[in-house]
Structures are given as C-alpha cells and as structure tokens.
Design a binder for this molecule. Structure first.
Ligand code: NDP
Length: 480
C-alpha cells in the first residue's frame, strides 16, 4: 500500500508522530486507498516555520515569475486531469465526469489567479499640499493557512493556494482528513512547476492540526472552507490576535419558483444543482420554495428529472451520482430523513440507503424529495449536505421571499420566473451572497464567490476580490 508524506520546506517528510491512518473509497469502503500522516503539533509548527522562512524568497520573486509559475501549474492541472479526476472519484466518491469538471475548473481558477499577480495595483491620490505624492500599495499578508473540506478536494485547495501565492504569500495547507490524496497530488504539481521550497507546505492530519495552525501567531491569514460550527470557532479564536480571516461556510440555498413559464426547465436546473456531488456542495439548492398554484406541476417534473439520476460507483461511466463521502455523512442524511418522516412532511420519492452491491457496502443514498415541508422544520432550516430536497409551499411572492430569508444562512439563491418585476425584488430582497435567475447555482471561475449571514465572512474568493483576502493595503506619503 502506498504511504504518503507531509511536504515541508520542499521535502517529503514523515510525520513527527510516526503515526499514519488509512483512507478509503466511499463506494467500496473495504478498499484502502493509501496511508497518510496523522500529524501532530510538531509537524504543524515545522510547516509554519518553513512557510515563515520562505517569505523572504517569495517576497523577492517578482510578480511575472509568480504568475508564470501559476500558469504552469494551471497547465499541469489540465495535463493531469484524467489521473487527478480518478483520484478525486476514488477518495471523494463523485461521478468521474464531475471530478473532471472539478479539475478543469481548478485549472481555470489557477489561470485567473496567475493573471491577478500582474494586477496587484494600488491607487494614486491628488495632494492637499505641494511637493507630496500619495499612493497605496498592496502587500502580502504573510503566512496563510488554507484549511479545506472534503467535498471539493481539488478546487477548494487551489481556490486558496493559487490566489494566496499570486499575492506573494506563503501557504500551509491542511486538507480534510477524508481526502488527503488529492492534496498530495497538488503539492507534487507545485513542486514540479518550480515553486521554491517552503512556499507551499502540506500537513496532513485531523482538525486538531487545523486548530494548532490557526493558533500560531506567525500565521497572519486564514482561509477556511467547511462547516459554520468550525468557522465560528476559528473566527472567535483568531479575533484575539487580529489575523485576517476568510470563511466560506454552509448554505441552505433556496430555489424560488414563482410565475414560472418553463417548469420543466426549472425542474431540470433545480435537480442538477441539488444532487450534484450527492448534494454535498455548499451551494447546492437545498430548499424549493414554490407558489401553491405551481407546486403540483413542478413536483411532477422534479420527480421525472430525479428518476434519470443513476446512483453508483463514480468510476462507472453510467453513474451520474456517487456515494456520500463517509458513513458519518450517510448517517447524518438518514437522520434528517427520519426526522422529516416523523414531522408532517410528505416523502415523495427516495428516503432509503441504496445497497448497490452488498459486498461493497458503499455509502449510497437515494435522491430524496419531500413535500409539504414546514419552513421551520429541520429539513428546511439545516444544512443536510446530502441528496435530500424539501418542497415548501407558499401563497405568494412576499411569503416566498420571507421564507427564503428565514434561515441563518445566506450563500446562494435561485429564482425561476417569467416576471421581470419579481427579478428586481428578488435581487434586492434576498439575503444571499450570490443570486441566480432562471438557472441553478453554478458559479464561474473569475467571478466573486461568497456568502453573507452565517455563510461566510471576509473577502469573497475567486475573481478580483481575492486581493482583499490575501493582501493588506499600505498607504505611502512622500515629501520631496
Ligand atoms: P469541518 O468544518 O469539520 O471540516 C472542514 C475542515 O476543517 C477540515 O479540514 C477539518 O479537518 C478542519 N477542522 C475541523 N475542526 C477544526 C478546528 N477546530 N480548527 C481548524 N480546522 C478544523 O467539516 P466536516 O468535514 O466535519 O463536515 C461537517 C459538516 O460541515 C457537513 O455535513 C456540512 O454540513 C458542512 N460542510 C460544509 C462545507 C462547505 O463547503 N460549506 C464543506 C464541508 C462540510 P478534518 O477533516 O481533519 O476534520
């Protein structure tokens, strides 16, 4: 079995603990994919020390060189797309076509970040007094901790590493324990493209490593994607020492359907956005809020599109939805479905674990639809992170927008309508970092991405806003 190591100071090193754990294929949990470090405090400390030491080198690496390295990285991602996508499917479970899409998207984001290295411009200002010049420059934050989840094991690290490096920072990456193999692959690509030693460091280990990392005063910036619970803990901890934070957290993203003249098109978009990655996406559509008069027709079409989903091993080309990532995630989803059945919601389709092959015992779950869900129930309020879609019936647009805003989250929202006035009202009223009209919640590789309320804090990632996350402003006054 292949044993993988940490990447610290340009070397692949054993963890100080000497301890390893195994990762498994969620489609077939008895299949062990490799051994990975169970790192301890000393490993995290060494990675931070290495990132701190490398700042001098990276500070003196000019923007065009940083840009060129990231462009090569982007190209290598594309060149290795098939191999890396297979790794993603093996350790995360998603359908291979989705994994290929993820790697391609990561390459596009890395290419955009490469360009950002050349666009780190400040501003000049007119002066109150003669003989002065005033301007601002953007400077790197310093050592950045990138802590990433398991649902997008390639895009999520790249979305942090590439802009952080473009802006002149050095990085310590702590990937999710469930998906370390993709992170090892990314570190190897960055080594291959000639990133100087110590500029990127990889420490594999549990959430405790993440905790150690964010507590280190040498870490001046933290970019975290994951659960709101952990995000809040990070924000509290880091506030005490005023480090910069960027938090991308959970969502309970509404699909609002009002005066829609293409219910079949709406259903198709909703089903795609709800069940991609088995619903384990922060931007997954996870509530359908629909006016009573259109509900029955929409429901029928949702069921028809859900029936086309082929659940199975992500490596099978026929599969369009893979397993959940872990037994724990499967149990969480099953728990929500149980609660949904116990309250007054109507189970329309799904609601069971799927035993594709009794010997493999993969974590497969049926695409599940509930109707008549109360807006205050767990199904409607909490981030399930699985293939479960509740329908909430409303009387009119006012009630729809109120229900849409009635959760703690504010990440993404979609409206499906033929009424232009409703679009204006939706854009204005819905409390959400990203809004979409007449399509699902797909984002683009150069457009700001983030949430409000409990869905996020700090600068949006992707696109030009990354500069706000990974640089600080310095104001310069010069008198001659
Ligand atoms: P977590 O928020 O626990 O994990 C995200 C990352 O943070 C992982 O790398 C994790 O490490 C690390 N981590 C865990 N605890 C700490 C800590 N105290 N300090 C610093 N880093 C820490 O998410 P889970 O993987 O446990 O998923 C739980 C739920 O979170 C999901 O069911 C879903 O609802 C939500 N989630 C949302 C995501 C999103 O994109 N918005 C992504 C993933 C999850 P390790 O993996 O080793 O525990």
């Amino acid at each position: 079995m292949e044993r993988h190591l940490n990447y610290i100071g340009g070397n692949w090193v054993e963890p100080g603990t000497g301890d390893y754990c195994q990762s498994h294929n969620p489609a077939c949990p008895s299949q062990v994919l490799g051994e990975f470090p169970r790192s301890g405090a000393a490993d995290v400390d060494a990675a931070v020390a290495s990132a701190e030491a490398a700042r001098a080198v990276w500070d003196h690496t000019l923007a065009p060189q940083r840009s060129a390295i990231l462009l090569r990285f982007s190209q290598l991602l594309l060149d290795s797309k098939d191999e890396l996508a297979r790794i993603v499917t093996l350790e995360q479970g998603k359908a291979l076509s989705e994994s290929v899409g993820e790697v391609t998207r990561a390459a596009a984001e890395a290419a955009f970040a490469a360009g950002e290295a050349m666009r780190l411009s400040g501003q000049t200002f007119p002066n109150e007094r003669p003989g002065f010049s005033c301007y601002t420059v953007l400077q790197p934050v310093g050592v950045v901790a990138a802590i990433t989840p398991w649902n997008f094991p390639v895009v999520s690290p790249v979305r942090k590493i590439a802009p952080a490096l473009a802006c002149g920072n050095t990085v310590v990456l702590k990937p999710a324990s469930l998906t370390p193999r993709s992170a090892v692959y990314l570190a190897r690509l960055l080594e291959k493209v000639g990133l100087p030693p110590g500029v990127l460091n990889l420490v594999i280990g549990s959430g405790e490593c993440g905790q150690r990392l964010i507590s280190d005063t040498r870490v001046r910036g933290i970019s975290f994607t994951g659960s709101t619970a952990v995000g809040v803990r990070i924000a509290e901890k880091v506030a005490a020492r005023m480090a910069k934070v960027q938090l991308e957290l959970g969502g309970k993203n509404p699909a609002i359907v009002l005066e829609c003249d293409d219910l079949d098109g709406a259903a198709q978009e909703i089903v795609a956005a709800a069940f991609l990655c088995s619903g384990q996406r922060c931007t997954a559509l996870s509530r359908v809020i629909v006016e009573e008069s259109q509900t029955d027709q929409l429901r029928e079409r949702l069921v028809a599109h859900m029936a086309k989903i082929r659940v199975g091993n992500g490596l099978d080309p026929q599969t369009t939805m893979g397993p959940l990532v872990s037994r724990q995630q499967l149990e969480t989803v099953a728990g929500y479905v149980r609660r949904g059945r116990e309250d007054r919601s109507t189970l329309v389709v799904g609601g069971r674990q799927l035993i594709e092959n009794p010997e493999s015992e993969g974590y497969f779950y049926e695409p599940t639809l509930f109707d008549h869900v109360s807006p205050s129930s767990g199904l409607a309020q909490e981030e399930i992170f699985g293939p479960v879609l509740p329908i909430i019936r409303v009387r009119n647009a006012q009630e729809a927008f109120e229900v849409a805003n009635s959760t703690r989250y504010g990440l993404a929202a979609s409206l499906f309508t033929a009424n232009r006035h409703l679009v204006d009202e939706f854009v204005q009223r819905v409390e959400s970092g990203m809004v979409h009209v007449n399509h699902g919640t797909a984002s683009q590789a150069h457009v700001p991405f983030g949430g409000v309320k409990d869905s996020g804090q700090g600068a949006f990632s992707i696109g030009p806003t990354v500069k706000d996350a990974f640089t600080t402003v310095k104001t310069v006054y010069i008198k001659w």
